[in-house]
Design a protein around this ligand. Structure first.
Ligand SMILES: *Cc1c(COP(=O)(O)O)cnc(C)c1O
Length: 317
C-alpha cells in the first residue's frame, strides 16, 4: 500500500494493527532505539489504554532475544522492531524476532526504511507481517513510501488513518501519488540491481574510514555492533571533546550527531547504549552512499581528526 512515507506507514501499521486487535489483548512490545515515528505512536497508544514495553538494547545496540521472549505474552498483539537502526546502523535478527512474536500470536511490524535497498530484506523468509519503507532513503523521491501488509497466513486487517475514497482497498484513500510511486519503483529497481556490489564497496570504504580515524585519534569508540551493521553506516564517539564545537568546526564534512530530525538533542539511541549526554553529543554519524568516493572518505578522516585534535588542545574536556 502506498503512503506519503515511513512516518505515515509506521502510524498506519501501529494504530491499525492495535485497533483491530483490541479484543485479543492490550500490550505492544517495541525497542528503546526505534525511530520517533514508532515511539511517538506508542506514547499515544498508552494514552488509549495500551501497555507498551520498550525493550533496552545491549552494548552492541541489539535486542536480547531472551528479554524479548520474556516480554511477549498472550496479551501482546504487536511487536515492532526496526530491521536496521537509522543512527547506528545495527541490524536486528528479524527471523528470530518473528518466531518469538508469532509463538504468542502477536504480529510483527518492522520499520525497514534503512535496510531496504542496502541489505537483503525478505518479508517472506523473515516472516514479517507489516513493513514500512520510504522512497527517499533509497534514492527515490521524497514524500512517497509504502506499507507492506501481509494478505495471506495471516490476512491482516487494519483501519485507515484517513477516510474517503476506495483507493488502496479503502485503507489509504485519496488519489495516489503516481509520479512519486513511479520514481519509487525505479529507485527500487536500481537498488536491487546494485545492492550486492554496492554493499561490498561501502563496507570496504566504511572500514577504511574507521581505520584511518583510529590511526589519527585516541579515545574513539564505535557505537553499535560492527559485525551486524549496514555497510554505509559509521557512528563513533570521541572522548574529551565538546560535541557542539566539533560539529560546528566540521564545515567540510556533512555529519550529524543523531537523527536528522532531532539534531541538537542527545540521541535517544546513544543514551540507550549507555552513553552519557556529553559523550552522546560528542558522537558523529557518517553516512556513506552511492556517490561517496575513497578520496572523500580520506578527506573526511583528515578533517575530523584535525578538528578533534585542535579542540582537545584548545579546551580540554
Ligand atoms: C527516515 C526514517 C523514517 C521516516 O521517513 P519519512 O520519509 O520521513 O516519513 C522512519 N524510520 C526510519 C528508520 C527512518 O530512517
Amino acid at each position: 500500500m502506498f503512503t506519503s512515507g515511513a512516518t505515515e506507514s509506521n502510524n498506519l501499521a501501529l494504530e491499525g494493527a492495535t485497533e483491530t486487535r483490541r479484543s485479543r489483548g492490550d500490550h505492544v512490545v517495541t525497542v528503546q532505539t526505534e525511530h520517533h515515528s514508532v515511539l511517538d505512536v506508542c506514547k499515544r497508544l498508552e494514552t488509549h489504554g495500551w501497555r507498551v514495553t520498550r525493550l533496552p538494547v545491549g552494548a552492541e545496540g541489539l535486542v536480547d532475544l531472551g528479554q524479548l521472549r520474556e516480554a511477549v505474552t498472550s496479551r501482546t498483539v504487536l511487536v515492532s522492531v526496526m530491521a536496521a537502526n537509522n543512527e547506528i546502523g545495527v541490524l536486528h535478527q528479524m527471523a528470530d524476532i518473528a518466531t518469538i512474536a508469532h509463538e504468542h500470536g502477536a504480529l510483527l511490524h518492522s520499520d525497514i526504511v534503512q535496510a531496504a535497498g542496502k541489505v537483503a530484506v525478505d518479508v517472506q523468509s523473515d516472516d514479517i507481517d507489516l513493513a514500512s519503507f520510504t522512497a527517499h532513503k533509497l534514492y527515490g523521491p521524497k514524500g512517497v513510501g509504502a506499507l507492506f501488509v501481509r494478505r495471506r497466513q495471516p490476512r491482516i486487517a487494519l483501519i485507515p488513518l484517513f477516510h474517503g475514497g476506495g483507493q488502496e482497498r479503502g485503507l489509504r484513500p485519496g488519489t495516489l501519488n503516481v509520479p512519486g510511486i513511479v520514481g519509487f519503483g525505479a529507485a527500487c529497481a536500481i537498488a536491487a540491481r546494485e545492492l550486492r556490489e554496492e554493499a561490498s564497496r561501502l563496507t570496504r570504504l566504511r572500514d577504511r574510514l574507521l581505520a584511518s580515524l583510529q590511526d589519527r585519534v585516541d579515545g574513539l569508540v564505535v557505537n553499535g555492533s560492527l559485525a551486524h551493521r549496514l555497510p554505509g553506516n559509521l557512528n563513533v564517539s570521541f572522548a574529551h571533546v565538546d560535541g557542539e564545537a566539533l560539529l560546528v568546526s566540521l564545515t567540510d564534512v556533512a555529519v550529524s550527531s543523531g537523527a536528522a530530525c532531532t539534531a541538537a538533542e542527545p540521541s535517544h539511541v546513544l543514551k540507550a547504549l549507555g552513553r552519557s549526554t556529553d559523550v552522546a553529543l560528542a558522537s558523529l554519524r557518517f553516512g556513506l552512499g552511492r556517490w561517496t568516493t575513497e578520496a572523500e572518505v580520506d578527506a573526511a578522516a583528515t578533517h575530523v581528526a584535525a578538528a578533534v585534535t585542535r579542540l582537545r588542545a584548545m579546551a580540554p574536556v
